[in-house]
Design a protein around this ligand. Structure first.
Ligand code: ATP
Length: 329
């Protein structure tokens, strides 16, 4: 995608204090099934928040409540300074939602979809055409504008969907799994689009099953599991929640490996790979002390690599074991 497809800032003048999204004690059940069991969320304006969770965790349910599509059974929420339950119209006027079930009509062209959106937003005809053309250009869809949307690739459909959402110039955008099913190139394009939206002052509430996506985009991540927020924080804060960081020393000479293994008794051995593993948080201070220690033991490895836990480790630790952790903030 050309750089023209990256949305230009539209709300650079938005006040930094503009309200984002918050929720406390949000609850929702379907019959006997508790989907959201009292969740608290806080998304400052102008930031990207990722709600991460396995299939069926309740991510879409949370988006539907906050975007006024369904009502919660309990708890409070504020979206753009309004209560979605009491002031749904005010919330709807401030938000855009693109979901797994997109608003794109495949039978009409991309341009017609955009103009329809402009009509729904009550834009005067001339203004609607101008905004539609500008957004189609910005999302690299001008060449395809006169073709039926059913002929678009998955990535093009998602771009059209977001372009349609932007017709209303929302301050807050909910993106429900925006890159599910996209190939890696289209996924990276979508990430660029999302970054562009945020640099224009838009608040993004994103749901995803992709850890890398949350890691790449989000200022703050909440992991949803069994109806509760299992952990919330920045990607780095979440990674620090679980142990697993280590330094790995690899040797090519078996004799050097054996000497090192007997000098470093607390290291875990991998005799087949001629490698030793020492627990470490990866900090400069710990690395320096490990290097000093290796020097004093006369150990010289052929390769030294530092491994820190990634978001995958965190996700599986939190959603697998059903733990509940809070980060002191
Ligand atoms: N209208 C409904 N009636 C009954 N159960 C529902 C309804 N909507 C959702 N559920 C159930 O609520 C649970 C959470 O669904 P939700 O769609 O919020 O999950 P999700 O985290 O978005 O999952 P996915 O990643 O698969 O989209 C699921 O078990 C789902 O079957």
């Amino acid at each position: 995608m050309s750089s023209s497809a990256i949305p230009a800032p539209r709300r650079a003048d938005a006040p930094p204090s503009a309200a984002g999204i918050s929720a406390t004690g949000l609850r929702k059940s379907y019959g006997e099934k508790t989907v959201l069991d009292g969740i608290d969320l806080s998304v400052p304006a102008g930031t990207v928040f990722a709600l991460l969770g396995p299939n069926g965790a309740g991510k879409t349910t949370a988006v539907k409540i906050l975007s006024t599509l369904i009502s919660a059974d309990g708890g409070q929420a504020r979206v753009a300074g309004h209560d979605p339950a009491a002031e749904p119209q005010a919330v709807r006027a401030a938000i855009g939602v693109t979901g797994q079930f997109s608003a794109v009509d495949g039978l009409i062209t991309g341009e017609e979809n955009m103009l329809l959106m402009a009509d729904l937003n009550h834009l005067p005809k001339r203004e609607g055409r101008r905004v539609a053309a500008e957004l189609l250009e910005r999302f690299d869809l001008t060449d395809a504008a006169k073709k039926p949307a059913s002929t678009y690739s998955g990535g093009m459909k998602r771009r059209l969907d977001i372009a349609m959402t932007l017709v209303g110039d929302p301050r807050i955008i909910f993106l429900d799994e925006p890159t599910t099913g996209l190939d890696p190139r289209a996924r990276h394009n979508m990430w660029q689009i999302i970054r562009g939206l945020v640099s224009g002052g838009v608040t993004v509430f994103l749901t995803t099953q992709y850890l890398e996506e949350a890691d790449q985009l989000a200022d703050s991540i909440a992991v949803l599991n069994n109806g509760k927020i299992a952990a919330q924080g920045t990607a780095d804060e979440l990674k620090r929640l679980i142990p697993g960081g280590h330094v790995r020393l690899r040797f090519s000479d078996p004799a050097a490996y054996r000497n090192a293994a007997s000098a470093l008794r607390e290291a875990a051995r991998d005799d087949e790979a001629l490698a030793l593993q020492l627990p470490s948080d990866g900090s400069q201070r710990e690395l320096r002390s490990i290097l000093d220690w290796l020097d004093s033991a006369g150990v010289e490895a052929d390769e030294l690599t530092v491994h820190t836990p990634d978001l995958d480790d965190v996700f599986f630790a939190l959603t697998g074991a059903g733990k509940t952790q809070e980060i002191a903030r």
